[in-house]
Design a protein around this ligand. Structure first.
Ligand code: ZN
Length: 91
């Protein structure tokens, strides 16, 4: 694991905790910071991080807290509290 990946991993955990504690703005800050590190280092965000961040408002999505997850036509549909939806194929 590179230093960049370790930092991203740490920010991922911090964002998840922030959402759990109701601090969505703090979670957005961590998500944006992680994205910046990923861009600068061209290492990309891991898939789970990508999936659990909202493309519109950058918040970390946590099912049951600020995100609704349901299955539809073989897809996972995640709805953020801002109203944005993302769909992924269900494996
Ligand atoms: Zn959102």
């Amino acid at each position: 694991m590179t230093i960049a990946e370790e930092r991203i991993d740490r920010l991922h955990a911090l964002a998840r905790t922030a959402v759990r504690e109701g601090h969505e703005d703090r979670a957005r800050t961590y998500v944006r910071r992680a994205r910046r590190i990923a861009e600068r280092n061209r290492c990309g965000l891991d898939r789970s991080f990508k999936r659990f961040t909202c493309d519109r408002c950058d918040v970390y999505l946590r099912a049951g807290d600020n995100a609704r997850v349901r299955l539809q036509d073989g897809h996972v549909v995640i709805t953020c509290s801002c109203g944005a939806q993302s769909r992924y194929p269900y494996h």
